[in-house]
Ligand binder design. Structure first.
Ligand code: NAP
Length: 294
């Protein structure tokens, strides 16, 4: 295949996504390469599903590509196309990071790590306690995995209850994990030490509003929203007004990216440089995400 970049001897990492133009990862990783004085560059490749296998072949046969990030819609589909998986990727059934070792492509998943690191950054982190996770997609799986790992008991609520039930069925034996329905939602939210929005609701270009009805918040728990555009999200604005500790998706984005950077380069990632690059790009309002179907 022809690689979509000019053939310079610069180490590169790429994003495989469709669409890819709205990603903050190029700004974040380019800032990291520059801060460490590394001759590296990060490029967003817009790869539709039909081109995924070809893009991976291109990475395998390249001598300059360190690896890749993988995002929507390829995180699960890419699993079957890789040579090896880390335990984290196998557990989540999804890959967000690929590391090239010679012609071998190793699939990893740094999202649960990123979520756990974001939890730890909160100024007043509650203990593991009870968690309510909204959503049952890939981000919700990463959050649930991280919460179970620290010993939280976790309830999952999703618009499509069958998807929540499938998530719970996969990991039920690994900790206290269950589904909550619309009737039990208010009580679960009120009692939550951790409330996590892992849906696309409230995301710029996504379904508008808050993922929970007005007034439905923890009595005293922390509220995390994996969405990072707009800032604050409607859920976090309500939580902040209620005096609750909040965390948006930037911290998780930066930490999952830092773990990928370490895996590609072997260099300790300059976390605050990466965070500042993301904050700067968000403040500049670019690049904007496309509209999502609700
Ligand atoms: P996904 O697999 O497509 O899952 C989307 C989730 O949103 C599903 O639970 C879906 O419910 C729910 N949803 C969509 N529209 C809805 C609506 N109108 N009402 C209620 N629920 C709705 O997506 P994902 O990869 O998990 O990503 C979820 C969010 O996390 C996105 O906003 C993404 O940007 C963010 N994220 C952030 C990071 C980070 O580093 N900060 C990392 C990964 C993802 P159904 O199952 O019922 O459709």
């Amino acid at each position: 295949m022809t690689l979509p970049f000019s053939a310079e001897r610069v180490s590169r990492a790429v994003l495989l996504a469709h669409p890819a133009g709205h990603s903050l990862s190029p700004a974040m990783h380019d800032a990291a390469f520059e801060a460490l004085g590394l001759d590296g560059r990060y490029e967003a490749w817009d790869v539709p599903s039909a081109g995924l296998a070809g893009a991976l072949d291109g990475i395998r046969s390249s001598s300059v590509l360190l690896g890749a990030n993988v995002s929507v819609p390829h995180k699960e589909a890419v699993v079957a196309l890789l040579d090896e998986l880390t335990p984290a990727a196998r557990r989540l059934g999804a890959v967000n990071t690929i590391v090239r070792r010679g012609r071998t492509l190793l699939g990893d998943n740094t999202d649960a790590y990123g979520f756990a690191a974001a939890m730890a950054e909160l100024e007043r982190p509650p203990g593991p306690g009870r968690a309510l996770v909204l959503g049952a997609g890939g981000a919700a799986r990463a959050a649930v995995a991280a919460l179970l790992a620290v010993g939280s008991s976790v309830l999952v609520y999703n618009r499509d209850p069958a998807r929540a039930a499938a998530l719970v069925a996969d990991w039920q034996c690994e900790g206290e994990l269950g589904v909550v329905d619309a009737v039990g939602l208010r009580d679960a939210a009120l009692r939550a030490d951790w409330l996590v929005n892992a849906t696309t609701v409230g995301m710029q270009g996504g379904p508008p509003g808050s993922p929970l009805p007005a007034g439905m918040l923890p009595a005293a728990g922390a509220v995390m929203d994996l969405v990072y555009r707009p800032r604050p999200t409607p859920l976090l604005a309500a939580a902040r007004a209620a005096g609750l500790p909040i965390q948006d998706g930037v911290a998780m984005l930066v930490h999952q990216g830092a773990a990928a950077f370490l895996a590609w380069t072997g260099h300790q990632p300059p976390l605050e440089v990466m965070r500042a690059a993301v904050e700067g790009a968000l403040a500049a309002g670019e690049p904007s995400p496309p509209s999502l179907p609700s």
